[in-house]
Design a protein around this ligand. Structure first.
Ligand code: SAH
Length: 254
């Protein structure tokens, strides 16, 4: 990324996300804006950003904090450990990131959410963008989830210290599906989880590594045989490692 991403309040009208309804725009509400673009600023996602294929709009939650100390959190009602992000502060930040006609889904990274999968990623990638709120501490006040209709999204059954790494995972998965981002669009369709199966193994030169050879069939030049071998290996690996995926496929067919 050559240009730094826009911080809250910065930029001109011309580079405001609402001025480009067709470019996939991720607005990100975070207490730690310095974590972005992070990994999204390099390699595939970073190049795609530089080519104008997606935009990142960082909203610093602290700017919406209340009082002299710009407070963003408070102790949990009913007692207990940790702090809770305040609903008024979050709502102000979310409202700043969007407008009345904003069609983008409002997401909250949360271990209680719908667990992210490739179908969900694809659905989000086909839309106009996302407004992502990153939680911290014990989480966020329930009332802002209700009032701003936040969809809770989890990246798996484990607990992170904050929503930022989860947002990076989500955006990385989305960005590679935005049209024009991946050079060879065919490679995307064969990935694990796209077809409902895990992918076959890969090999490259040298032909002999330590005492291991590349499977002969891959050197045969017979494309039909190669396709069949790959399909068989893909089936076998899915059976061994993720039989639950096969059950899902069967359900879809019946
Ligand atoms: N007390 C909460 C966990 C808070 S973890 C609970 O038990 O449900 C702090 C923040 O990290 C959360 O608000 C959320 O934004 C983020 N987070 C943690 N684990 C996550 C996960 N698996 N997926 C997405 N976000 C997660």
């Amino acid at each position: 990324m050559k240009k730094p991403v826009r911080q809250n309040g910065g930029g001109t009208m011309a580079d405001h996300p609402k001025a480009f309804p067709k470019t996939f725009t991720a607005s990100l509400i975070t207490l730690y804006p310095e974590m972005f673009p992070g990994p999204l600023g390099v390699s595939l996602a970073g190049r795609a950003h530089d080519r104008g294929l997606w935009q990142l709009d960082i909203v610093a939650l602290r700017d919406f904090g209340v009082g002299r100390h710009r407070q963003v959190d408070d102790t949990p009602a009913g007692g207990g450990a940790g702090m809770v992000l305040k609903p008024d502060v979050l709502a102000a930040a979310i409202d700043h990131a969007s407008d009345k006609n904003d069609q983008r889904p409002r997401l909250l990274m949360s271990p209680r959410g719908k667990v992210l999968d490739q179908a969900y990623v694809r659905q989000l990638a086909e839309g106009p963008g996302v407004i992502i709120t990153c939680g911290r501490f014990e989480g966020v006040d329930e009332r802002v989830i209700e009032s701003r209709k936040l969809q809770e999204v989890s990246i798996g059954d484990y607990i992170l210290s904050g929503g930022e790494p989860a947002a990076i995972v989500l955006l990385d998965a989305i960005i590679r599906l935005i049209p024009g981002v991946m050079g060879n669009s065919l490679s995307g369709n064969h990935e694990s989880h796209e077809s409902g199966f895990l992918e076959h193994p890969h090999y490259t030169r040298p032909q002999r590594f330590e005492d291991r050879e590349i499977p002969q069939v891959l050197l045969s030049g017979n494309h039909e045989k190669i396709a069949r071998w790959r399909q068989q290996r893909s089936n076998q690996i899915t059976h061994e490692r993720r039989p639950d995926l096969l059950n899902q496929e069967n359900k879809k067919e019946s």
